[in-house]
Write a protein that binds this ligand. Structure first.
Ligand code: PGA
Length: 260
């Protein structure tokens, strides 16, 4: 069975104690699933990161940061440097989550600086991209995704492709008010993304996993994973209870196996 990617961003939820308990429960519940077939990662809040990184069996669950400054140090009040994250021995850094772009007004150029810094420091880098409802309405989703990828990976050499993951999360699909993308629509956009990654990185672009995120839930996860260009699921609310996330992972793996 091909390796499937499952991850969750805990956003600004769960304190340090809750995060560690959640991670330990999730590790215990999923430990029988071969990590040859499952790549599981969780992205907690900054204040929970150290506890999460130290107290989780990292061969079972990888731990990532939700954001990162592009500079190593300096006059950047409120920011976190790649060197500070390296001290915690993290596995990955997420860049450009929809809430960073739309609530905190981060631009593609800034995401590119962060991507370059994260890769330079040896982090696996998860770049999140996605169009807004308005952009979809105007029929420019493809153009928007291509722009986010082309600018986001500007000046990134194909040698780094092995450390890159992409999450497609349409802005209109995220959070309590989101509408999940239909599996067919997700597949269409994932194809656009994969083509663009090939243009940018050549053959190594084909190795970059592309995950779908945005209101993934037990009702749509199984069909999403059967789509050819969907390599994994990036889950929010439906993953924040370890038992429910474990059940979702198992169901999705079953659906994937049944269609193979
Ligand atoms: P959601 O969050 O699954 O709760 O919509 C997805 C995300 O923001 O990554």
């Amino acid at each position: 069975m091909k390796k499937l990617y499952f991850g969750s961003n805990l956003k600004m939820y769960k304190n340090r104690k809750e995060t560690v308990l959640y991670l330990q429960e999730l590790a215990e519940l999923t430990k029988d699933i071969s990590r040859e077939e499952l790549h599981l990662f969780i992205i907690p809040s900054y204040t929970s990161l150290e506890g999460a990184a130290e107290e989780t069996d990292r061969s079972l669950i990888q731990i990532g940061a939700q954001n990162m400054c592009w500079e190593d140090q300096g006059q950047f009040t409120g920011e976190i440097s790649p060197l500070m994250l390296k001290e915690m021995n993290l596995d990955l850094v997420m860049i450009g989550h929809s809430e960073r772009r739309h609530v905190f007004r981060e631009t593609d150029v800034e995401e590119n600086k962060k991507v370059q810094a994260a890769l330079k420091h040896g982090f696996r880098t998860l770049l999140c991209i996605g169009e807004t409802a308005e952009e979809k309405e105007y029929g420019i989703s493809r153009e928007v995704l291509r722009k986010q990828l082309i600018v986001g990976f500007h000046n990134v050499s194909p040698a780094y492709a092995k450390n890159i993951w992409v999450a497609y999360e349409p802005v209109w699909s995220i959070g309590v008010n989101g509408t999940p993308a239909s599996p067919d629509y997700a597949e269409e956009m994932h194809k656009v993304i994969k083509e663009c990654l090939y243009e940018l990185f050549g053959e190594s672009g084909n190795e970059i996993p592309v995950l779908y995120g945005g209101s993934v839930n037990p009702g749509n996860a199984n069909e999403l994973i059967t789509k050819e260009s969907v390599d994994g699921l990036f889950v929010g609310r439906a993953a924040w209870n370890a038992k429910k996330f474990n059940a979702l992972i198992r169901d999705v793996r079953k659906s994937y196996n049944n269609q193979e």
